[in-house]
Design a protein around this ligand. Structure first.
Ligand SMILES: Nc1ncnc2c1ncn2[C@@H]1O[C@H](COP(=O)(O)OP(=O)(O)OP(=O)(O)O)[C@@H](O)[C@H]1O
Length: 549
């Protein structure tokens, strides 16, 4: 199955988003290129103005207007880029989350059991957000900044070869310096975060153990420990501040030194120097402008590399999740009403390799029959249910529901075929009606009411402030009533087969009687397969599971 399907990873999803929103992607490209180009023009116009003035020409309004127009255009395109990137980021996030959700639905039952809710949430929320940042604040911004630096270098090359060489030699050194400062700042920020969390941890610990600390005279020890964490945080913040304070003066000094050096060289009378550095007053103004413009993308480039580095881990985690093996799907089969309702033939099954929970299990339940699986704890009764529900495939032998492999059934087919009442009711977010329909629009209002009637819950629901539309909170029903709601949910789609998993296990005698009365109504005219430790009069045919089979 898996090899038939093309492997999906973050790259595929982003590419699909690009293709699916081609206009948006082209707009981003256009505004990125436009912003880079527009930012190049104002210094050139400024140069022209200065050259004109030094040549004694009269300054008309045209050039200053061009200057203003291009400055405004560059700003406008920058903000358009940010907006387009935000929209694109949201589309990518949506596509990624949808893919993750689809994948989640295709995972085998075992994998779902193993998943930790916290890890899953951090994958869906945190990791997806980092991927969004990777593309918006990372790769695309990095490309834009690299283009800005390159385009400035190209224009400077036209204005002054000497300055272009100087910048080419200087930029790598400045970039390394930027990265060094950023890494030191990040290191200190992490150190501070750790120290603060340690200090915060000490407070509840001290309060919890106050009596022991007093009794053993450990006040000074606790104080020193707390002081140590605070001191560490203080030193880390100092470190961050130092590098933060160091960066701007260094860049400004380099900026001033480069401008000063170029001006001095361009003013020297040496013809050899002038071939490299000679320029008019206007060009001097232009290049000064460019020099100050080139440092800000350099700094952003460092931050973007940081963003990309930290996002790579998130991408890897999402790719690992998407690469997990999926539940084997089975081609749809046609039900055969003449076949037994449930049929297990020579079934072997185990969860772990080398472990067999069921051995050579054979059982057959005919339509309308009432049967109960019996056996000691851990014998495999619930496992039989999982096989009948098609959550797992047998290692050997066959499992059939009306002649079809239960794994081949679609969601609606399943609901029409069997209802499952678990030991405990699992609510879904929503109203009382949603608990019964499980958001299935094909279940009519009449079916909902009949199901509640059958479960003996119609009156209790009617007494609720908004009846079926009452939002579900844990206090609206008693434990027994939740179990009745479970029965209503199972019978809502009028299924042929009811699977009952020890549904009276945790109930008191009176509630159990109410549930059993509801069951009697719900199970009439249906095939029923139940699990029970206790064997009563209404359990029908007993099917031993485990050693007894
Ligand atoms: N998801 C699982 N992964 C690994 N082993 C499992 C899993 N579910 C059940 N088992 C093991 O399979 C065996 C059969 O479990 P099962 O729940 O089917 O027994 P049972 O007869 O329903 O027991 P009980 O009456 O206590 O509910 C047990 O040894 C159990 O530990």
């Amino acid at each position: 199955m898996n090899d038939r399907k093309k492997a999906v990873h973050v790259g595929t999803v982003v590419l699909e988003t690009v293709k699916g929103h081609l206009w948006l992607s082209l707009t981003i490209l256009a505004v990125v290129a436009g912003a880079v180009g527009a930012a190049l023009v104002p210094p050139l116009v400024l140069g022209r103005i200065v050259d004109g003035l030094t040549a004694g020409e009269r300054l008309t309004l045209r050039l200053p207007l061009w200057y203003l127009a291009f400055t405004a255009l560059a700003g406008g395109l920058e903000s358009a880029r940010e907006s387009a990137l935000t929209v694109f980021g949201q589309k990518t996030t949506h596509a990624l989350r949808s893919r993750l959700m689809e994948k989640e639905g295709r995972l085998p039952a075992d994998e779902l059991n193993r998943q930790e809710p916290g890890a899953l949430v951090s994958r869906f929320v945190g990791d997806v957000d980092t991927v969004e940042t990777l593309f918006t604040a990372g790769i695309i911004s990095m490309a834009a900044d690299a283009c800005r630096i390159l385009s400035i270098l190209v224009v400077v090359w036209q204005c002054s070869r000497g300055l272009a060489y100087l910048l080419l030699a200087l930029l790598p050194v400045l970039f390394l310096f930027t990265r060094f400062v950023q890494k030191r700042m990040l290191h200190n920020q992490l150190k501070n975060r750790k120290a603060v969390s340690r200090a915060s941890g000490y407070v509840p610990e001290t309060v919890r153990n106050l009596r022991t600390i007093r009794t053993l005279g450990k006040e000074t020890y606790m104080e020193t420990r707390y002081d140590g964490a605070l001191g560490e945080s203080y030193r880390a913040i100092e470190g961050t501040n130092f590098y933060d304070a160091l960066y701007s003066p260094v860049i400004l000094t380099v900026n001033a030194a480069v401008v000063g050096a170029v001006m001095l060289l361009s003013a020297s009378g040496d013809p050899a120097v002038l071939t490299l550095f000679g320029m008019t007053a206007g060009t001097a103004v232009t290049v000064m402008n460019y020099i100050s413009q080139i440092f800000s993308p350099l700094e952003s480039l460092g931050m973007e590399i940081q963003t990309i580095q930290s996002a790579v881990a998130g991408v890897r985690r999402i790719n690992d999740f998407l690469a997990q093996p999926e539940q084997e799907t089975v081609a749809p089969e046609t039900e055969n009403p003449a076949a037994p309702m449930v049929e297990l033939r020579d079934v072997d099954f185990g969860y772990e390799a080398g472990q067999n929970v069921l051995h050579h299990l054979n059982m057959e339940i005919r339509e309308g029959e009432l049967a109960t699986l019996s056996g000691r704890t851990g014998a495999g009764k619930s496992t039989v249910f999982k096989l009948v529900l098609g959550l797992y495939a047998p290692r050997r032998g066959t499992v059939r529901i009306q002649g079809v492999d239960p794994r081949s059934l679609t969601g609606p087919q399943r609901r029409a075929l069997y209802g499952y009442v678990e030991q405990r009711f699992h609510p879904v977010p929503g109203t009382v009606r949603d608990q019964i329909t499980l958001y299935d629009d094909t279940i009519t209002e009449g079916q909902v009411r009949r199901a509640a009637e059958l479960a003996g819950l119609a009156e209790a629901i009617g007494a609720l402030p908004q009846g079926y539309d009452t939002p579900c909170t844990p206090d609206i029903f008693s434990q027994g009533q939740w179990q009745l709601l479970s029965i209503a949910r199972a019978v809502a789609a009028d299924p042929k087969l009811l699977l009952l998993d020890e549904i009276t296990a945790n109930l008191d005698a009176e509630t159990e009687r109410a549930v059993l009365r509801a069951l009697k109504r719900a199970t009439a005219d249906r095939t029923v397969l139940s699990i029970s430790h206790r064997v009563g009069a209404d359990t029908g045919r007993l099917i031993p599971i485990g050693e007894e089979s």
